[in-house]
Design a binder for this molecule. Structure first.
Ligand SMILES: Nc1ncnc2c1ncn2[C@@H]1O[C@H](COP(=O)(O)OP(=O)(O)OP(=O)(O)O)[C@@H](O)[C@H]1O
Ligand SMILES: [Mg+2]
Length: 228
């Protein structure tokens, strides 16, 4: 099966004190459709950098990135934005919900970019909120929700356009143990039912127990790639 995302010979350097610092070096990875995979490793090992490059939020210095077989390394900013808006859902550590908008409006935003009808938007939004068990909060604003509920809204927002892949950067970092398990179970349920590919970064042991594949990064290189 064609990989959803493939990374070949990837380096990412940042200029630091007149030298190139290798945040990622010589990364080769492929993610098959429907994977539930985690990138783990200590702080500074390159997890966020790698997710951002795979999600076309950032560019590699060397090497190639393919999305569903298409090379995305040299897309323009506008083409990258289009790819993200159609095919990729992001979940962030700090939820990134817009505080002045209701839950409904937060979920509507990614759909406006796709030009959907009001009725289709409503159906997609309510379906997504059902997935995460929050239909009763549709008119609430983020400040009226708990941290766990905010992260469930963020999952619903990532899911609402039915993306090919969901990239989640430390999705449980701000949550207590109970909410972390709820979030993981919710994502696993969506992964099983929809076949969307999930790729996380994490150093949370609670997350690691749910993974089907664990990729360990150390100092910008892959140290281990295990499938369970
Ligand atoms: N814009 C930048 N300029 C210079 N160095 C950077 C930049 N962004 C990241 N780095 C460096 O690249 C390395 C990888 O950073 P990255 O944020 O990917 O790590 P991480 O594994 O996500 O860490 P954490 O677990 O703390 O989130 C770090 O050493 C970081 O200091
Ligand atoms: Mg990070």
């Amino acid at each position: 099966m064609e990989p959803v995302i493939a990374v070949s010979n990837l380096d990412k350097t940042f200029p630091v004190a007149n030298e190139d610092f290798f945040a990622l070096q010589n990364i080769d990875l492929q993610f098959a459709p429907g994977e539930f995979s985690g990138i783990v490793g200590p702080s500074g090992s390159g997890k966020t950098t790698l997710l951002n490059i795979m999600g076309s939020l950032d560019k590699a210095t060397n090497g190639k990135v393919y999305f569903m077989g298409d090379e995305i390394t040299s897309l323009s900013a506008k083409e990258s934005a289009q790819l993200r808006s159609r095919k990729i859902g992001f979940i962030f550590q700090t939820y990134n919900l817009l505080p002045v908008y209701t839950v409904y409006e937060n979920l509507e935003l990614p759909l406006i970019l796709l030009g959907m009808s009001t009725a289709d938007k409503k159906q997609a939004i309510m379906e997504s909120l059902e997935w995460v068990g929050l239909t009763d909060k549709v008119n609430s604003k983020p400040a009226q929700l708990s941290g766990g509920q905010c992260q469930r809204v963020a999952i619903a927002r990532a899911m609402v356009k039915k993306p090919t892949v969901i990239l989640a950067d430390e999705p449980t970092a701000n949550l207590d143990s109970e909410n972390s398990h709820i979030i993981l179970k919710t994502m696993k349920k969506i992964n099983d039912a929809s076949g969307s590919t999930f790729i996380f970064s994490t150093h949370d042991d609670k997350v690691i127990g749910y993974l089907k594949r664990k990729i360990t990064l150390v100092d910008g290189g892959i140290q281990q790639d295990e499938t369970f």
